[in-house]
Write a new protein. Structure first.
Length: 392
């Protein structure tokens, strides 16, 4: 569905061909041997440009394309790909995706499976289920307005519910893995729907079962989040504590809704808000992951930056490892906000966002990415990994 890099390998579902010679498509005749044959409920389109389905607005065509809105249609689309020996790519909100200029020679299945928010109480928690096709920010607002804590700092992140467990999305001191109780998905190996508990999802920093060892095996259709009714908001991130400093000093605790609004405001100032217009809105969000390195590397990074070791920002990551802010590395490697190469650039508001200034190609964006990665590696000896999935 959505994944990563090294040149980030996409979550393409390679489906083994089935026996037999069955062929069906929207161009097949409705009659076969004088008997009526039911037409498929899904419409399979050919050579559909993928650029409009991504927030980067970049990319070539899909050989076949369909949109599914139910679990039955997921199975129908999988069957379509199986019988033609086509690779299958599952598309959600398109917010964490870079499609090549050549496009994708397979079936792109856009998942819009809706599950109206269903909730039930379990002990001191609320279990909130949402369909993979639901807009993520809408789900966050739904929870916040009902006083359910746990995902309020994840406001304003573009994309749909289905992508949240795959990438283990996180921002402003929260990760979605903290709340995921269950993921419902179609298992392409077992050819059935399964319910995976939290432990089975194997969450880590921007990692999960779905984008590592079982990449391409599961198609997420719904996610259940375990939230805290009447819980207090998480104020772990420096930007948020600064935002509410005066209010906290006055003895007033921010509400969940205030934190939701604050996160959206901060994201907007950084050009990282879902639905934001202009060139800063044509991005895939943070393009590089914060690298996790050995603490022994800090002195080398300090030399590259021309500062003391205690001036290098980092966060403990356990086992003698530290997490470095990728934005800090990018800026000190000479790539400032607004740095441009033709029709692509670094966002004018946030160093980690690469943007399409208008009419850009994937090749141009990859060129800028490679320049940044090489510059950081040459200066600090640290390799940056791409966060968005790269398809084709």
């Amino acid at each position: 569905m959505f994944a990563m890099e090294r040149t980030a390998s996409p979550e393409i579902h390679e489906l083994p061909p089935l026996g037999g010679t069955r062929v069906s498509s929207m161009s097949d005749p409705a009659m076969l041997y004088s008997q009526a044959v039911p037409r498929p409920t899904l419409e399979f389109l050919e050579f559909v440009s993928l650029a409009p389905y991504t927030t980067l607005q970049i990319g070539g065509p899909a050989r076949f394309f369909c949109e599914v809105t139910s679990e039955a249609e997921v199975q129908e689309a999988v069957s379509f790909a199986l019988h033609r020996g086509l690779p299958l790519f599952v598309l959600g909100g398109g917010s964490n995706l870079l499609v090549s200029d050549a496009g994708f020679d397979g079936l792109v299945m856009r998942v819009g499976v809706p599950v109206a928010e269903r909730e039930r109480r379990e002990a001191d928690s609320i279990l909130l289920e949402a369909g993979a096709g639901e807009n993520w920010d809408d789900v966050v607002l739904y929870a916040v307005d009902r006083g359910y804590a746990g995902i309020e700092c994840l406001a304003g992140i573009p994309g749909n519910v289905g992508g949240t467990p795959v990438q283990n999305v996180g921002a402003y001191g929260q990760e979605v893995a903290e709340t995921i109780a269950q993921v419902r998905a179609y298992d392409l190996e077992a050819r059935r729907f399964v319910d995976l508990g939290h432990a089975a999802c194997r969450f880590g920093y921007r990692r999960s079962l779905f984008n590592t060892e079982a990449r391409g095996r599961y198609i997420v259709t719904a996610v259940t989040y375990k939230l805290r009714p009447e819980g207090e908001p998480a104020l772990r991130y420096a930007d948020l504590t600064r935002y509410f400093a005066a209010q906290i000093e006055a003895g007033e605790k921010p509400t969940l809704r205030q934190v939701y609004d604050a996160v959206r405001s901060i994201r907007e100032q950084k050009g990282m808000l879902v639905g934001q217009g202009g060139a800063d809105g044509r991005s895939a969000g943070s393009f590089f992951k914060n690298p996790v390195v050995s603490s022994a590397l800090i002195s080398q990074v300090a030399v590259g930056a021309g500062c003391g070791g205690d001036e290098v920002p980092r966060y403990a990551a356990g086992d003698g490892m530290v997490k470095l802010p990728a934005a800090w590395l990018v800026e000190r490697a000479g790539f400032h906000k607004g740095f441009a190469m033709g029709r692509v650039a670094i966002s004018s508001r946030h160093t980690l966002a690469l943007v399409n200034l208008g009419g850009a190609t994937a090749a141009e964006l990859i060129g800028l990415r490679d320049a940044v990665v090489e510059g950081v590696e040459n200066k600090f000896g640290v390799h940056l990994e791409q966060e968005p999935v790269q398809l084709g």
